[in-house]
Write a protein that binds this ligand. Structure first.
Ligand code: DAK
Length: 252
């Protein structure tokens, strides 16, 4: 992977273009290790994940797993690394060009927002390999598009165009390929300029909306709402409004 920080945006680029960024175990570990580091750094407010070349990622590395057996996989416990991805508190925006297949699609779906180039192709070809998605694909796709549509894609193994992905609410935006990075970073900078605690607690509350009942979710929301009144940014934000000036947020 390649890693950089610019304008308070931590950028991770998948960088095995010769094999369409096929995700091997080392790569997943590197991604989550950097995400964890970004999550703790004060100078990173938003994380952007992209792929180099003609794919975001064409899936887990088939050469690496072809000879695996169930017990070896259980003992390797690779899902521990994948699960760490779900614990990142800062916003993660994925920018997908070309193929996002199998584990590559699952990695994309674990981002909070997805921006896609018009040439993006999403799919779960696992069925053609005699397996099925194992890193959240059946769960996340179903939550986004409903059971019947998700089954159609998961059973057929066919690739979904960027346009279809937009239609089903899988991606936030469809962008001309040459503008994908620019538009993604433009949005990332917008979020990076917001009070970071609000951004963080909104993400946490929205995630609960998928698992909690409405009453539980609203209770949770309320606690986060109260918590923000303990922040300096709340005082600054409201004072700046009253004084008719631009607020200066500190993320505290
Ligand atoms: N793994 C390894 N190599 C791959 C690869 C992959 N997933 N995808 C592409 N490559 C390699 C190709 O072998 C080829 O290498 P060379 O022959 O040049 O050495 C190079 O990338 C370029 O690919 P193609 O020549 O095939 O390019 P095309 O344009 O003709 O075709 C394609 C593009 C995306 C349609 C095709 O490459 C393709 O079908 N790729 C495989 C798609 C796929 O089946 N993906 C894997 C799904 S299974 C887990 C978590 C997650 C997973 C598993 C376990 N744990 C935590 C335990 C996930 C599983 C999956 O993703």
């Amino acid at each position: 992977i390649e890693v950089s920080i610019e304008d308070r945006i931590g950028h991770v680029t998948l960088n095995r273009p010769k094999v369409l960024n096929a995700l091997n175990r080392g790569m997943i570990r590197e991604i989550v290790t950097v995400f964890d580091e970004f999550d703790l750094r004060d100078d990173v407010k938003v994380i952007v994940l992209t792929g180099k070349g003609r794919a975001f990622a064409a899936g887990a590395d088939i050469d690496e797993m072809a000879d695996d057996d169930a017990i070896r996989m259980e003992l390797l416990n690779q899902f521990k690394d994948w699960d760490r991805m779900n614990q990142i508190k800062k916003p993660v925006i994925g920018a997908v060009q070309g193929f996002a297949l199998g584990g590559g699609f699952e990695l994309a779906l674990s981002c909070d927002l997805l921006f896609a180039a018009e040439d993006a192709k999403f799919g779960f070809p696992e069925i053609n390999l005699g397996v099925m998605p194992g890193a959240g694909g059946t769960q996340r796709l179903t939550r986004l598009m409903g059971k019947t549509k998700a089954l159609e894609w998961l059973w057929s193994g066919e690739m979904m165009s960027g346009k279809e992905a937009l239609h089903y609410g899988v991606v936030n935006r469809l962008i001309a390929p040459e503008l994908l990075l620019e538009e993604t970073f433009q949005f990332a900078r917008k979020v990076a300029a917001k009070p970071a605690l609000s951004v963080r607690l909104i993400k946490e509350a929205v995630e609960k909306a998928e698992d909690y009942t409405l009453a539980e979710g609203m209770q949770f929301e309320r606690k986060n709402f109260y918590l923000l009144f303990a922040s300096e940014d709340q005082k600054e934000g409201m004072k700046a409004f009253q004084e008719k000036r631009k607020p200066s947020f500190k993320g505290r």
